[in-house]
Design a protein. Structure first.
Lengths: 229, 229
C-alpha cells in the first residue's frame, strides 16, 4: 500500500501550500516515493489525532504514523537507508538540523510577515475563521497591517538570506552538486510563498532565484506543476 | 617539521585573538596536530605574502602554504583523511560551509559591534593606527560610538543565535554527540570575544553558555588556557 501524507490544502484541494509539507513531499520524491497526498485542512484535527500532533505533515507508512517534517525526514533516512540519502552522512544530518532551525527562525518567520495576508483568499471556508483568529493572535494585529509595508521590508528579508546566497554562489545546491534535505528545508518556504501569494520574494539576479528554478525542475517539475497564486 | 600557523597576536604575543585563527587552531587539534603558532600582526603583510592573502590564518605544511580558515579546514580533511573527520562526510562538509557563512554574517558581524572598541587596548603598537583607521572606515564612525549602546543591543544579538540554541537544546554539540568543524566555526567568534573583551556575551542559563564551556574544555583546555581580557 502506498504511503499516505496528510497535506495542507486550500479551498481548491489541489492547492497544497504548507512549507513543512513541501519539505516532506520533496524528501519523499528524493527517496523515490510517491505518496497518496490526502488534502487536509487546519480544522480537520480528527483525521490526524492518532499521530499525537494537531499539525501536518503527518505520514502513514505500513501502519506507522509519523508527525513533524524533521521527524519524517529522519524516519525516511533510517527506514530506507538504501535509497538516495537525504543527509549524506551523520555530519550532514546534524547540520541539516541546524539549517532547519535557521530556516524556521529566519525564512519561514520572515516570509510570514510578507505573505500572511494573502492566505485567507485561498483557504477552505471552514479554515478561514480559524486561520485569521490564530494568526492575528500571533501577530497581535490585523493581517493586512502585518504585510502593509512589505515593499520596504522585503529588502531586509532578502538580506537575511545571505548565508544561503553565499553558498549558492559557489555551488548549485546547499547540499553541494546535487540537492538533498537541506535544500528541501529552504525550498519549502519559497514554495509556500509561491502557492499563496503573487508578491515577488526574490529578484532575478539573485543566486537564490536560479536555485529556486532548479528546485522547481526537480522530480519532473513536482513543485512547478503545483497550483500557485 | 611541525606545521606552522601564522596566528594573529596582540601586544602580548601570547594573546591570540582572531576568530578565524581559532577555528583553525581547534581544527588542527581535532586532527591531532600541534602547530608552531607564530605570532602575526595586522601590519606584518610581508610574512604571509607568499600565501596570496594579506590575512591570517595562514598554514604552512610540508612546503605548502594555505590561507583562509575554510580552505585550511578543507585542506586538512582532504590531506589527512585517516585522522578524525572535521565534517563527517560530504553532506556535513557542504552544510558546514553554510554554518560558516551564517557565523560570518550573523555571529562575527554581530559580535564586532559589541566588542570592537575593546580591541585597541590589546594591540601591538604598530597595529593600533591600522586597526582604528580600517575599522572606523568599515563602521563609518568612531569605535566607542559603535559599541556605546551594547548593553541594549546584546539582547538582540543573543536572539540572533537562536538557530544554534535550538540545536544545543537537543544535543551537546552542533555536530551531534561530539564536536567537529561546525562547532569550531561558531566557537571562534566566542573565543575572539573572550580574548579581547570582558563584556558578557552570553547569560549562564543559555544552552550556548554550557556549550561554550564544553568547547573551552576540549583538547586539554586549549582555548581556556589562552590569555583573556
Amino acid at each position: 500500500m502506498a504511503m499516505q501524507l496528510h497535506d495542507l490544502a486550500g479551498a481548491d484541494p489541489r492547492r497544497r501550500f504548507s512549507p513543512y509539507c513541501w519539505r516532506t513531499r520533496m524528501a519523499l520524491a528524493h527517496k523515490g516515493f510517491v505518496p497518496e497526498a490526502l488534502p487536509w485542512r487546519f480544522t480537520d484535527k480528527a483525521a490526524i489525532a492518532d499521530s499525537g500532533s494537531d499539525k501536518v505533515p503527518v505520514l502513514r507508512d505500513d501502519g506507522r504514523v509519523i508527525a513533524d517534517s524533521w521527524h519524517i525526514a529522519e524516519y525516511l533516512e533510517d527506514t530506507y537507508p538504501d535509497r538516495p540519502s537525504l543527509f549524506g552522512g551523520p555530519g550532514g544530518r546534524a547540520l541539516a538540523r541546524f539549517v532547519n532551525a535557521w530556516a524556521d527562525a529566519t525564512v519561514i518567520a520572515g516570509l510570514a510577515t510578507l505573505i500572511v495576508a494573502d492566505i485567507p483568499a485561498i483557504l477552505a471556508p471552514d479554515d478561514l475563521a480559524y486561520f485569521i483568529r490564530s494568526r492575528e493572535a500571533r501577530f497581535g494585529r490585523p493581517l493586512p497591517e502585518v504585510t502593509a509595508d512589505r515593499d520596504e521590508r522585503v529588502v531586509q528579508f532578502r538580506q537575511s538570506l545571505h548565508p544561503a546566497r553565499m553558498i549558492l554562489r559557489e555551488q548549485p545546491f546547499l547540499h553541494g552538486d546535487a540537492p538533498a534535505y537541506a535544500d528541501y528545508i529552504l525550498f519549502g518556504g519559497f514554495q509556500w510563498a509561491r502557492c499563496v501569494s503573487s508578491f515577488p520574494i526574490l529578484v532575478a539576479d539573485d543566486p537564490l532565484y536560479a536555485w529556486r528554478e532548479r528546485m522547481l525542475d526537480l522530480f519532473g517539475g513536482l513543485a512547478r506543476s503545483a497550483p500557485t497564486a
